[in-house]
Each structure stands twice: as C-alpha cells, then as structure tokens.
Design a binder for this molecule. Structure first.
Ligand SMILES: *Cc1c(COP(=O)(O)O)cnc(C)c1O
Length: 371
C-alpha cells in the first residue's frame, strides 16, 4: 500500500458527516459570499489563534499581500524575509511593488536568524516577514524586540503554523498582522483555496477587510482600490467544522514526529529541531542528509512519497533572479535546500506506516555505512 505524503482522504472519511452537513447548510442557505458563515469562522479562528480578530481571505498568498498593503508597504519599500520558504512569501512583497531582502536562516529551526536582521535594515525597510517554517515558530521574542527597536512592522507568515506557539503564546498573535493559508494540505485545510489574516489592531484588520472586498466598507462605497479576495461561505463552513479538531490533529502530528525521531535517532542524519520555547505543529517532518537523492529513490521504490520543501532558496529561482535578487550569499539556506527531505506526515498516519518509512531510511543509511 502506497504511503502518501499527505492523506486528505483519511481525514475526509473520519469526519465525512460533519463536513457534508456543513456543505449542505451553505448550499441550502444560498448565502455564498461573506455573511454569517464567514463571520462565525473568523470569530472562532481568531480566538483559537489568540488574536483579537481575523479576516477570511481567498488564499494564504492573498493574506500576505493584503497584510503588507494594510500596513502601507508600497513601491520603493524593502521587506526583510527568508529565501528558504514557498515562493508566495516573496511574491506578495513583489506584488506590493516592494523589494524582498533575503535573510539567512538558523541551521537548527530553519527560520530567520535574528542576529542577521539588523545588518539588512536600511532607511527603506518597512517590515519584517518571518516564516514559521514546517510549523516551527521563528524566534518571535527576538524578532518582536527588533521590530520595536527599528520601527518595523512585524508580519508573520504562519501559513504552516496553525496552533503553533512560542513561549506559550500562539503564532498569529505576535505580529502586527499574521497570515494563514487553508490550502488543502495545510494543518487546517479547506476544500479549495482559502486564507486568513489575524491581528490585534482593529484598524489594521478593518483595512484588510476593506482591501479583500474591492476597497469597500459598505456596499458601493469604495474608499480605496481593493481586491476580490474574500473567503467564501462554503470554505468557511468547512473550516468551522474542522477547527475544533485542530488541536488533536496537531497533537497527533507531534506524536508521529516523536516516533519518527525515536526510530531514526541512531542514524547519521539530522533530525528536526524543536526549540525549547517552541510548540511546533509539524506541518512537515523534515530530516536532513547529504544523501537525499539516494533516499528519495529508495522511498519511491517502496511506494513511499517523500518530497523536498524546498529544493532551492528563492534567491536561486529564475523568477527572483530576474528581479535582481539572486546576488545574495545565504550559506545556511543553500545547505538546507540541498539536504532537506520531508517524510510522510499527517494526523492519520499509523504506527505501521511510520515504522515502514523509518525502516527504509534506516536500511539505506546503514547499507551506505557498510559499503
Ligand atoms: C502555503 C504557503 C503560502 C501560500 O498559501 P496559499 O494558500 O497556497 O496561497 C505562503 N507561505 C507559506 C510558507 C506557505 O507554506
């Protein structure tokens, strides 16, 4: 039996009835855009993320762009972010007309290295956009302090970190605004594209709310040129049905991660780091080895789907090289991009599956050692 990287079908069968009830409720109401389903989800999601409010939007990418625009990022500005992330993080900055300034990462958590940020700040820097990669929070104490000291907006890319906490306080409640994705494979996933922005400042949240709906506060009263980036009612209802299960799913992911790490502990590879101050939600379980390609081949032969998140830093992607962003030295980003390998990770993973995956990894690495 194939072991997929993510098993959406397992989650659907476990919660089939509640999810279909939510879908039928919306279809029968014929209220498809905004309205009570979206408002209800926004209230519950904000509470779950420890934030004063949330605004549902069309995707995680839209969340990032609207958050940056809401704090006033525009043409000529610079935003410091990681290159070791999904392209959307930097795309959002470019779409605002601003320039992403790539900061290298800590080799342990693979998130922005706070000690490197200061040197990148210029008079044009408007915001810092750290990524809680793989569900592990960036160092939010150090980064918040830095933003206060240098007068920068702090926007969290929490697209992989629903329910993660730093020193007990949830990701999504630290930044001036924080951005979540409900892409189907994320820890909290919709049945299509969806996202949210959370925050504590009512004015910033109101601006995001306006921007997502054609810059209007009331119907046909347009205060600024906005976007069509609303969360739709169907997705909101599905997300509302799933939200109560998020903590249990995150706990399951953490359990599976501990089990993997137990089974792989004595092998010559680097296991995922868990900072003592972090409650990581293991969106991905990522090991590091210079023998990655060999491992991928062996896993494929055993019908195990392993993936690489991400094979190169954004400074090595043609889209960003073309913008003149390739000329930076990011040794830890390059090293991680060459070594990372994501093993199958989802809440419904069974112990047999974990043992099978770990067994293949073990065989490859031990055989290598005796060769
Ligand atoms: C998924 C993701 C996004 C984009 O979210 P979408 O909903 O796919 O637009 C942004 N940043 C990171 C780190 C992501 O993992």
């Amino acid at each position: 039996m194939r072991i997929p990287a993510v098993d959406l079908r397992a989650q659907l069968s476990a919660h089939h009835d509640e999810l279909y009830a939510a879908i039928h409720r919306v279809v029968d109401s014929c209220g498809f855009i905004l309205g009570p389903e979206v408002e209800g989800f926004e209230r519950d999601f904000a509470r779950a993320m420890g934030a004063a409010g949330a605004v549902g939007v069309g995707s995680g990418t839209a969340a990032l762009e609207l958050a940056l625009r809401a704090v006033g990022v525009r043409s000529g500005d610079e935003v410091i972010t990681a290159a070791f992330t999904f392209a959307a993080t930097a795309e959002a900055i470019v779409h605002c007309g601003a320039r992403p300034v790539f900061c290298d990462i800590e080799p342990g958590t693979l998130t922005i290295d706070p000690s490197l940020v200061d040197a990148l700040v210029t008079p044009r820097t408007r915001a810092l956009l750290p990524v809680h990669l793989y569900g592990h929070p960036a160092d939010l104490d150090a980064l918040s302090e830095l933003c206060r000291r240098r007068g920068l907006w702090l926007i969290e890319d929490a697209a992989q970190a629903h329910g993660a906490r730093w020193r007990g306080r949830p990701c999504g409640s630290w930044g001036d605004l924080a951005c979540f994705s409900f892409y189907p494979g994320k820890n909290l996933g919709a049945f299509g594209d969806a996202g949210a922005v959370t925050g504590n400042d009512p004015e910033l949240l109101a601006r995001v709310r306006r921007l997502r709906n054609h810059g209007s506060r009331d119907k046909y009263h347009h205060e600024e040129v906005g976007f069509c980036e609303r969360l739709d009612a169907l997705q909101a209802a599905i997300l509302s049905a799933k939200l109560p299960h998020l903590s249990a799913w995150n706990e399951a992911r953490r359990r599976h991660a501990r089990r993997y790490s137990e089974l792989l502990a004595d092998l010559p590879l680097t296991l995922p780091w868990n900072h003592l101050d972090a409650y990581a939600v293991v969106h991905l379980y990522v090991i590091r080895t210079p023998h990655r390609d060999e491992l991928v081949r062996a896993l494929q032969e055993h019908e195990i789907d392993a993936a690489v998140h991400y094979p190169r830093g954004l400074h090595r992607q043609p889209a960003f090289i073309e913008l003149g962003l390739g000329d930076v030295v990011l040794p830890e980003t390059d090293r991680a991009a060459n070594e990372v390998l994501s093993l199958p990770m989802y809440p419904e993973l069974t112990d047999d599956q974990i043992q099978e995956v770990a067994g293949v990894v073990r065989n490859v690495l031990l055989e290598r050692r005796t060769r």
